[in-house]
Write a protein that binds this ligand. Structure first.
Ligand code: SF4
Length: 252
């Protein structure tokens, strides 16, 4: 696999269901492969690489492509779809996963192609690869940085790594997302807030209640969420609560 190639899991059209840009129409490019194993993962199938991946874009016959794929090939596919006269509007291309920053050469090459296509890149990443994040950032317009709380992972990522990723990503339009469950502790929440505020004072932070019950726990009660908002006031952050909306819509 070349530096500008990556394995994909799927390409489809939907609306953004999380965070500050909720509701905007996007083309989703989901890479395959992940180096974490979040207890709450709702895209477990994308943690592994399959030989093929589906493309499902409105106005175009569904098709299947092979892995790995070169960024140029994917850009050509997107270019042809964007040229369709009756396609829906597109705010940006969401590059998600899996973990896109396992393939920084692919992300950078795709980002360059998107500049030519005049489609902004919206990167969703776990925030545990600050070096790779810095490498691809010139080609990224929006970042959704997932802060993984220790109780949601089998092997926690040190808070200082998230602090570094927050510092880097603050050069773009961004927010930090934390999936919260009824099992997280006040201590881990405050450690996360301290790390994010250290990385970028005033950073927007979204507490996202987990959808459904997972090994990480179930959704927190409303009173718990309000208490966490009160606790987070100790740090210079813009904290709010936003649930996953695409699941309410029954959308992907
Ligand atoms: S980083 Fe994303 S894809 Fe990987 S395990 Fe966590 S939720 Fe799943």
């Amino acid at each position: 696999m070349g530096d500008a190639s990556a394995p994909l899991h799927e390409v489809f059209f939907s609306v953004q269901g999380e965070g500050l840009w909720i509701g905007v129409p996007q083309v989703f490019v989901r890479v395959a492969g992940c180096d974490l194993a979040c207890w709450y993962c709702d895209t477990v199938a994308a943690q592994r690489v399959s030989p093929e991946w589906p493309v499902d874009l409105p106005g175009r016959e569904p098709s299947t492509e092979s892995n790995p794929v070169a960024a140029d090939h994917l850009a050509g596919l997107l270019r042809a779809w964007l040229a369709l006269p009756d396609r829906p509007p597109v705010h940006s291309m969401a590059l998600t996963g899996g973990e896109p920053l396992l393939y920084p050469g692919f992300v950078a090459a795709l980002g360059k192609a998107l500049v030519e296509l005049r489609v902004p890149m919206y990167l969703e990443t776990g925030g545990h690869h600050p070096k790779e994040l810095a490498r691809v950032l010139p080609w990224v317009d929006y970042v959704s940085l997932d802060y993984k709380l220790p109780s949601t992972l089998p092997e926690p990522v040190p808070a200082r790594i998230f602090a570094e990723s927050t510092r880097i990503t603050a050069q773009r339009q961004f927010f930090v997302k934390m999936v919260v469950t009824d099992r997280i502790t006040e201590g881990e929440l405050l450690e996360a807030c301290a790390a994010i505020a250290e990385g970028q004072p005033g950073a927007p932070v979204v507490l996202q209640p987990v959808t459904g019950v997972s090994r990480a726990g179930g959704p927190p009660a409303a009173e718990q969420l309000l208490e966490w908002l009160r606790l987070a006031r100790r740090y210079p952050l813009q904290v709010r609560v936003i649930p996953q909306c695409h699941k309410l819509l029954g959308a992907r």
